[in-house]
Design a protein around this ligand. Structure first.
Ligand code: NAD
Length: 381
């Protein structure tokens, strides 16, 4: 069978789902590989580097989708792309199944089998395919780089002949995958880094990375923000008030705020309010990684950079992984390759779409003319 990767059509998207390295591994599974001409260019992978490892270069998207039995891509497919799927073909991609009923119905009606990468269950065995974590890790790192680029000062403190420079103070709100990556980047640049999460168990992880956990004046046992199955839930009004009071206290003192707080299947909680933005020093920077889900910060504009009247820069970009396209493509292509390894147990270049396998079942949203989303709850491991 042939695995094909088209050039992404979403405006500004620089990532690609197959790299020359991943193509080598896919061929070891018995597949042939094809890529649309120029698909890797924006991520730094020229056609010639694919050709050198035996990948066929296909001239047009129509020809690529026609030739491929399995299509691997990054962004949720467009209607035009989905119309190119035919019975028995497999698509592996981010798909946004919860908000893409039309796409699922179209794929189903075409008889195409779709594996949605955001649906990979977050269990240990599936970590190698967890593209959400790969991308969140990059977003967290890049948020710090972006903040640095917009902050007119050093992160690290210095004593120079021209005077003493204080270290920057960075606050990371939400210490999941993206938040921990931001903490790592911030501490390694030398900033004094604080972090907060509603999950009390995050404190140990934060501290092990050299940051200071922000504790609230609140009985721990009452922290109902504590997770349901490792994930955050909506906080009680009392907890939220305690959290906002703490942030209000920190606002005049911190230089950079990176917010990453999300609650599964909900709008992002608003945690950094207008008065906190107003209390920050001119030149301070806020990066709102929750912008796509409505934002954690009052004043965030999705995909924009705004500067407030008091000189605070608020960044709501949603394309951080694409801004590090070489790294993001390498990790994403590896996630896809691992998915295909599990789909090809015989290494014979034939897909074995085993719906008894929890991970494959969990990620499959259409299969043999049926919509298979949402998946059944995971069996206890
Ligand atoms: P996420 O992107 O859903 O949310 C980001 C963080 O925001 C979470 O840590 C959450 O607790 C926090 N948050 C929510 N509301 C908040 C509030 N009001 N104030 C402050 N913080 C708030 O989270 P994620 O990065 O996907 O990770 C969530 C959990 O899943 C973590 O425990 C992580 O370690 C775990 N995880 C496990 C696996 C795996 O086992 N394969 C993979 C990825 C993540």
């Amino acid at each position: 069978m042939k695995i094909g990767t088209p050039k992404e059509v979403f405006e500004g998207e620089a990532r690609v789902a197959m790299t020359p390295d991943s193509a080598v591994q896919l061929q070891k599974l018995g597949y042939t590989c094809a890529i649309e001409t120029g698909a890797g260019a924006a991520a730094g992978f020229a056609d010639a580097t694919y050709e050198a490892v035996g990948v066929e270069i296909v001239k047009t998207p129509a020809a690529l989708w026609k030739a491929a039995d399995i299509v691997a891509k990054v962004r949720q497919p467009t209607e035009t792309e989905l119309k190119r799927m035919t019975a028995g073909k497999t698509l592996i991609s981010f798909f946004n199944p919860g908000g893409n009923e039309a796409g699922m119905e179209l794929a189903r009606s075409k008889g195409a089998n779709v594996i949605a990468m955001e649906m990979v269950p977050r269990i240990s065995r599936a970590q190698k395919m967890d593209a959400l974590s790969s991308m969140a890790n990059i977003a967290g790192y890049r948020a710090v780089i972006e903040a640095g680029n917009n902050f007119g000062r050093f992160f690290t403190g210095q004593i120079t002949a021209a005077g003493k420079v204080p270290p920057a103070k960075v606050l990371v709100v939400g210490a999941g995958v993206a938040g921990l990556a931001a903490i790592g980047a911030s501490t390694s640049l030398g900033a004094i880094t604080y972090a907060f999460d509603v999950r009390p168990e995050a404190a140990e992880q934060v501290e092990s990375m050299g940051a200071e956990f922000v504790y609230l004046d609140f009985e721990e046992s009452q922290q109902d923000g504590a997770a349901t199955g490792g994930y955050a839930a909506v906080s009680s009004p009392e907890f939220r008030e305690a959290q906002l009071a703490k942030f209000r206290e920190l606002a005049p003192d911190v230089d950079i705020v990176i917010t990453t707080a999300l609650i599964p299947n909900r709008e992002a909680p608003k945690l950094w309010l207008e008065d906190m933005v107003a209390a920050m020093k001119p030149g301070s920077v806020i990066i709102d990684l929750a912008a796509e889900k409505g934002g954690n910060v009052e004043g965030t504009v999705m995909d924009e950079k705004v500067v407030t009247e008091n000189g605070v820069t608020i960044i709501g970009y949603t394309d951080f992984p694409s801004r590090m396209a070489a790294q993001a493509s390498t990790l994403y292509a590896t996630n896809i390759r691992h998915m295909l390894t599990d789909l090809t147990p015989e290494k014979d270049g034939q897909i074995n779409h085993d719906m008894e396998d929890d991970v494959i079942r969990g990620a499959t949203v259409t299969f043999e003319k049926e919509i298979t989303f949402p998946p059944p709850p995971p069996k206890v491991q």
